[in-house]
Structures are given as C-alpha cells and as structure tokens.
Ligand binder design. Structure first.
Ligand SMILES: [Zn+2]
Length: 237
C-alpha cells in the first residue's frame, strides 16, 4: 500500500466511525426500550391510583361493617329484653320497639351502602388483575427490548473496534507530516479532507483550479500530496 492509499484508508475509517457512532446514538432499539418502559410507568401509575381508591372504599366498607356488627349485638340485647320477663310497662316496651326499629333502618341503610361499595370495587379489582397480568407482559417486553438493544450495540461496538484497528494500521504506515496535515484539515472538511486530483481539478470542491496551479499539480509525481488552491483540501496527485 502506498502512503496515499493509507491516507484514504484512514479517512474511510474516520468516516465509518462517524457513521457508526451516529447510528449507535440513534438506535430504534433504544426507542423501543423507552417506549416499553413508558407503557410500564403508565401501568404503575394506574395501579397506584386504583389502589388508593380501593383503600378508601375498603376503609369505608370496614367502618360500615363494624357498625352493622355493633347494631346486631345491640339488637340481640334489645330482643332479649323485649321478649324476656324484665319489662315492667307498655311504655318501656314501646321505647324498646322504637329503638329496634331505628336500629334496623340504620342497618338497612348501612348494608345498602356496603353493597354499593362492593359494586364499585368489583370492576376496580378486575382492572387491577388485568393490570397485574399486563405488567408481567410489559416487564418481559422491556427485558426483550433491552436484550435487542444490547445485541445491536455490541455488534456496532465490534464494527467500531475493527475500524479502530484498521485505522491504527493506516496511521502506523503514514509519514508523520502527512498525518499532521490530515488531522489539521479534518475539522474543516470531514469526509472529503483528502480528495483525488481529477487530472485538471480538485475533486472535492466545485471551483476550478487556475490553469497554472492545475499544471503544477499535474507535474507532481503520482501519489504526491498537494493542496487545492481554491478550497484548501488535500489533493492527491
Ligand atoms: Zn478544492
């Protein structure tokens, strides 16, 4: 390989590295991981909301059930007194019956409210079960997306490593001054830092070299590194 072929090889590897790094930073596999994680976060948020609602209803249900249990105990006591032998007057019997009636109405009311809560909780619990199943699937999706991402990244890293090895070989073969000229021009010209002499012109820019300059380059030995007088690119005769 001549030095100029090594210079083009170096440029090829720099271009390739740029493309690979660009690709690696914008992988659709990374978007897929993000999308899967977003779905999962939304699910967790919905589960959180439903559990708060559920807890609130469950607390009310507990309180009502506690009150119903207390009413049942009290009704048992009142029944015993009403039908036992301790009643001394019709007035007392009426008072007991009134209390029993009022407690039974309260009990009916509470039982109605408990039923309502259970009706609300039924779809909530169904949705929570649905979400628990969906979360397992979503977790598997995230894991699969991450595996795909890691695999693609590893493949690109492999290509980057191979490119770096080839680049290093080219650098080792290049004269130091050529390398310095290339590195100095690279920030301005990127992928077309080194171009070929077309025979009459620099092939990296749309300008025409003055004929005297073109003749000068033409007169150089093949494989000599010149510079375009118009754009400043490195031109290989
Ligand atoms: Zn030029």
């Amino acid at each position: 390989m001549t030095a100029m072929e090594d210079l083009f090889a170096l440029q090829d590897e720099d271009v390739l590295r740029g493309q690979l790094e660009y690709r690696r930073a914008r992988l659709p596999e990374a978007d897929a991981v993000l999308a899967a994680e977003t779905v999962r976060v939304q699910m967790s948020a919905e589960v959180g909301d439903l559990q708060i609602q559920r807890l609130d209803h469950a607390r009310r249900q507990n309180r009502f059930e506690g009150e119903v249990a207390a009413i049942e105990v009290r009704l048992g006591e009142l029944d015993q007194r009403l039908y036992g032998s301790a009643i001394t007057s019709p007035k007392e019997a009426t008072a007991l019956q009134n209390e029993i009636g009022s407690l039974r109405r309260r009990q009916d009311d509470l039982e109605g409210q408990i039923l309502e809560i259970m009706e609300i909780l039924e779809p909530t619990d169904a949705r929570l079960e649905e979400l628990a199943a969906a979360a397992i699937v979503a977790d598997a999706d995230i894991a699969a997306a991450k595996v795909a991402l890691v695999e693609t990244e590893a493949a690109i890293d492999g290509e980057l490593a191979e490119s770096a090895t080839r680049r290093e070989a080219a650098v080792q073969s290049l004269p130091a001054d050529v390398l310095v000229r290339y590195q100095r021009s690279l920030p301005s010209f990127g992928a077309s830092t080194v171009v070929r002499f077309s025979g009459t012109d620099c092939s990296g820019c749309p300008y025409s070299m003055p004929s005297m300059e073109a003749d000068r380059v033409k007169g150089l030995d093949a494989g000599t590194l010149a510079e375009c007088s118009e754009c400043g690119r490195l031109v290989v005769r």
